[in-house]
Write a protein that binds this ligand. Structure first.
Ligand SMILES: C[S@@+](CC[C@H](N)C(=O)[O-])C[C@H]1O[C@@H](n2cnc3c(N)ncnc32)[C@H](O)[C@@H]1O
Length: 375
């Protein structure tokens, strides 16, 4: 493989500029597209971005880009790639396919033609007589065709980057870690302001805030698919981890997390413990209506219940009203609330300084922003 790769990060809709900013802060030049931010880098950069990017889902290597108007053309272009250089004979190589606004629109067909072209080439190159064991390490491939331009990529990440490795499963509705980090990056939080999540649930926002404030690389506790690539320099991951560990700094900000539900707080504490930030967050069981703080000039950020079902809506509206009365009176705090409820401002009782449309999974949500001293 060549030393420099064309790489791109993938992310949820609406977070392109956030990921691009993160990449720029890490020293890369970027180019944004819908759902992707492109940059150039070496294997060391693949390690660095997987370890450090907080709001991206995956880092992929662009292997080849070409026009694909017919299945024949698709087959030939994929076949022409030097697969033996990328995949060992026992590689397991699942192929994911997407085709949008293109002549080749059947995704299962696109996927199986690509798979067939790779298998045929490998069988030929490795003299295997039609059989590949696929019993070795995984090399996740994907083919994405948009307006007849096909992109073949290799995923260096594996399980999405939201899987930081600290979460214990429970039945709640937690924010994805990458989404929570992205929301924090849409606020002025820089690790020095007081930060409060008064409806913290499993603690995703305060935990991600503590990781940001202490400069902890979010991917420190996990493995990546590049760990299984035989041509990937094995020393780089360990070196990246050691470098990241040396950059962890003591917490300077006050981070508070509260919720009405004690049982959910126990999960939040366990998650914080697993993330190595239990001592950095002050957890407290308190209902919004009883909330009080002596802190000043901070950030309140939260993801209150949405009341999506009709029977829950009344309760959600009552809570938004309490939030307005209690939290809304802290005028020196910038406040950020994520909800899918279009009537949030009405019940909160204040007009947002700014609203940002986002998607929490498939659900359309708004990130309501009430800037300090601007309301
Ligand atoms: C959508 S969840 C928050 C999920 C959280 N962001 C996470 O990542 O796990 C909403 C939380 O609001 C809490 N809540 C509901 N009513 C409350 C109230 N009156 N005061 C404080 N917390 C409340 C619920 O217990 C629940 O944990």
């Amino acid at each position: 493989m060549t030393e420099k790769y064309t790489l791109y990060a993938t992310m949820g809709a609406g977070f392109e500029s956030v990921v691009s900013k993160e990449l720029k802060n890490l020293g890369y030049k970027t180019r944004n597209e819908n759902g992707r931010v492109f940059f150039e880098g070496s294997q060391a950069d693949i390690v660095k971005t997987n370890l450090w990017l907080r709001s991206a889902d995956r880092i992929k290597i662009l292997l080849k880009e070409f026009k694909a108007y017919s299945f024949e053309q698709l087959y030939d272009e994929v076949y022409a790639f030097d697969w033996a250089m990328l995949l060992p004979v026992d590689a397991c190589f699942p192929v994911q396919g997407r085709a949008v606004r293109s002549k080749l629109h059947s995704e299962p067909d696109v996927q199986s033609i690509v798979k067939k072209a790779i298998v045929d080439k490998m069988v030929n190159e490795y003299h295997r007589r039609g059989f590949l064991p696929e019993s070795g390490n995984t090399f996740p491939l994907d083919i994405h065709i948009y307006k007849d331009v096909a992109r073949l990529s290799l995923d260096t990440t594996g399980a999405s980057l939201f899987k930081r490795g600290y979460r214990v499963e429970h039945g709640g509705a937690p924010l994805k870690e990458t989404f929570a980090a992205g929301l924090l990056e849409l606020t002025p939080f820089n690790g020095t302001h007081p930060l409060i999540d008064p409806m913290c649930g499993s603690g995703t926002l305060p935990i991600e805030a503590a990781l940001i404030a202490k400069n902890v690389a979010p991917g420190l506790k996990r493995e990546f698919s590049f760990d299984g690539f035989d041509w990937f320099d094995k020393n780089l991951h360990q070196a990246g981890v050691e470098d990241a560990q040396a950059q962890i700094k003591p917490l300077e900000s006050d981070i508070w997390a509260s919720d009405i539900d004690q049982s959910v707080l126990e999960y939040a504490k366990l998650n914080a413990h697993n993330a190595g930030v239990l001592q950095d967050i002050k957890f407290k069981q308190v209902a919004v209506k009883d909330f009080k703080t002596d802190l000043e000039n901070g950030i309140i950020i939260s993801n209150p219940p949405y009341g999506k079902r009709l029977k829950d809506r009344e309760g959600a509206h009552k809570l938004y009203q309490e939030m307005g009365e209690v939290l809304g009176s802290y005028h020196d705090f910038s406040q950020y609330y994520l909800t899918s409820d279009p009537e949030f401002e009405k019940f909160f009782g204040q007009k947002a300084t700014k609203k940002r449309k986002l998607f929490n999974g498939n659900l359309r949500v708004d990130f309501y922003q009430f800037w300090a001293n601007k309301r």
